[in-house]
Structure formats: C-alpha cells, structure tokens
Write a protein that binds this ligand. Structure first.
Ligand SMILES: O=C(O)[C@H](O)[C@@H](O)[C@H](O)[C@H](O)COP(=O)(O)O
Length: 243
C-alpha cells in the first residue's frame, strides 16, 4: 500500500473536470490492459458533478465495456430522486451508453426484497458472481466524504465499521435518508485505486483528520478507505484548507 496522494484544484468545477479527465484516462488504460474496466460510483454533490463532466467529455473509453457498481444506495423506491442510481443514469450512464447488463445497481426498496438486509445479500452475490467468488477487479472506486468522515454509508462508530461482509444494510444513518445499503470495507480496500472526492470548507476538518494518520476506520471511516495500488484524495481548495 502506497502513501495517499493529494490533488488540489481551485474550486469544485475544476475538481470535477480534473477527476473526470483522470477517470476517463484510467478506465481507458484498464481496457487496454484487461479488455474491460470497472468503476464504483458515489452519490453526493461532487460525485454527481464528476459524472456530468465525464458525460461532457467521455474520451477514449469504450463505454460498452465498462462495469458500473455503486458504493452505496439509499433504501427508497427506484423512481425516488434520492436514488444514487437515478442521479447517475441521468448525469452520465444514459448519456454515454453503458449497456444495461453492465449497470450493477444496488436493489431499490421496491425491487422485491422485503428488507435492506436482503438487498445487501443479493448485491453481495452479484459482486461475488462477477469476481468468481471473490471481489471482482475494481479499477477505480469513487467515494464522497461526509463532514464527520463517513464514506459510502459507513458512518463513524456505527456497526458497519467493523462488519466484514462485502455489502451491508445500514440503519439510523445520521444523513437522510436513514436506511441504506453500502459496500463494506472488504470491498473498498480490495479496489485497485480509491479516489476520495471532497469539496467545500465543511469537509476540511474531516480531510485533515483522515490524512493525519491518527484516526481509525471506526472513528473516521474515510481514514480506512485505502486502495491496493493507490489512494488519491482529490480536493478543492476549501476542502484542503486545513492541511
Ligand atoms: O449516497 C450518499 O449519500 C453518499 O454516497 C455519501 O457517502 C456521499 O458521497 C457523501 O455524503 C458526500 O456527499 P456530498 O458530496 O453531497 O457532501
């Protein structure tokens, strides 16, 4: 595991454009090496801005050979505007044309699973099937970061921080909506590259704490979000202001 890399851009728009350009380049390189590429998407403001920037400049990637997964999803019906999937489809997936069979959405609350725990098991099975029983190769795993240091839907000092399952149901989230399904640390830390996308002064303290080396994944989940080959903190100036 290498030391985290920190990239700082002046503002959120420049950050989104930089991340989009580097994501396109990384996915194209993965396709050149493996034939296919895979990315885990995040919800949230800067994550969605990145998807819009990718759609505006989709580059050299063959989008019919990209597998798309999600880091977390809100436990709401498929048509609800809170769905990360809905936002990602509108911002990018439908624009660049990722085929339906490569879009691995976390089941919605009206998809036929009684409880989010059942949906989590189903998503864990879908991941395992793609990876021949293990976590599939993830070229880039994108994560937003909350002001208190959550990533995906793993919140500080919540049961998910110590859960060794690949996918977990999460209840009583401090950020609404309160019920979610999230990847667990075993998947996040299995990704080739983890990119943490952070914008705004309200996140500056969490960024500084995560990079201080003094936090645990339980106290500050973002501190536990490390990739196998690379961990990149991609920040705007405000988010970097306490470094
Ligand atoms: O679905 C979600 O809510 C997320 O995936 C969540 O982890 C998000 O990425 C962060 O809360 C940052 O969100 P913002 O960029 O909007 O602050």
């Amino acid at each position: 595991m290498s030391a985290p890399e920190v990239v700082v851009r002046p503002g959120a728009d420049e950050l989104a454009a930089t991340v989009a350009g580097e994501l396109v380049a990384r996915l194209a390189a993965a396709q050149a090496e493996h034939g296919t590429a895979s990315v885990v998407l995040t919800g949230g403001g800067i994550g969605t801005a990145v998807l819009r920037a990718v759609a505006a400049a989709p580059g050299e990637v063959d989008w019919t050979r990209v597998d798309v997964w999600w880091g977390d999803e809100r436990w709401v019906p498929a048509a609800d505007d809170d769905r990360n999937e809905k936002g990602a489809r509108a911002a990018m997936l439908d624009v660049v044309g990722v085929p339906a069979e490569r879009v691995h959405a976390i089941p919605a609350a009206d998809a036929g699973y009684a409880e989010p725990e059942d949906a989590a098991v189903a998503y864990a099975q879908e991941l395992a099937a793609a990876g021949d029983g293990a976590v599939p190769r993830i070229d880039v795993l994108l994560l937003g970061v909350g002001p208190e240091g959550h990533v995906a839907s793993i919140f500080p000092d919540s049961p998910a921080v110590a859960d060794d399952r690949t996918v977990v149901a999460v209840r009583d989230c401090p950020k609404p909506p309160p019920t979610r399904v999230s990847l667990g640390f075993p998947v996040i830390t299995a990704a080739e590259e983890v990119w943490l996308l952070v914008s705004g002064e309200g996140k500056a303290e969490a960024v500084a704490r995560a990079l201080s080396g003094r936090e645990t994944p339980a106290s500050l989940p973002a501190a536990g979000a490390v990739g196998r080959r690379a961990t990149r903190w991609m920040l705007d100036q405000d988010a970097a202001s306490q470094l």
